[in-house]
Design a protein around this ligand. Structure first.
Ligand code: 5GP
Length: 129
């Protein structure tokens, strides 16, 4: 199992934001903005565009629900959706609360939060689902 599959299965701890039978959302451990969330399929697939039409549609609808909760929990101009996937070979959508393009700059220093703060951020998202 890859690292994100282990996270979705609960074998590696994560700050859970949302879950369904097929998908799982959790906080990015190296966030570029407060509330930076990763949305993954439980199924092991590396490249998002290898998903068939039905799966990618369901995945996107699930990510939309999380994005809406994220925007309520952390008001912002928009929630950015970014797919990179060069570091971890398991499809993942980054959802990032954004007020300016600088909020989605992956090259800048990442934010640091305590365990308590991460827990509060994830709880705020879950409470707005
Ligand atoms: P990408 O593959 O999209 O370039 O980057 C992978 C993302 O996953 C990074 O933003 C990184 O911080 C995050 N990430 C990598 N390993 C873990 C992990 O074990 N737990 C969590 N929560 N996030 C991770």
């Amino acid at each position: 199992m890859d690292i994100f599959s282990k996270i979705a299965a609960g074998e590696i701890p994560s700050y859970k934001c949302a879950e369904s039978e097929k998908f799982y959302a959790f906080l990015d451990i190296n966030p570029v903005a407060k509330g930076h969330t990763l949305v993954i399929p439980r199924r092991e697939v590396d490249y998002i565009f290898d998903m068939d039409d039905e799966e990618i549609a369901e995945y996107q609808v699930f990510a939309k629900k999380v994005a809406m909760a994220l925007k309520k929990a952390f008001p912002c101009r928009k929630v950015a959706q970014v797919v990179l996937g060069l570091e971890v070979p398991h499809a993942h959508i980054h959802l990032i609360p954004m007020n300016s393009e600088a909020d989605v700059d992956f090259r800048k220093d990442k934010l640091k939060f305590t365990e308590d703060e991460f827990n509060q951020i994830a709880e705020a998202i879950r409470n707005n689902l």
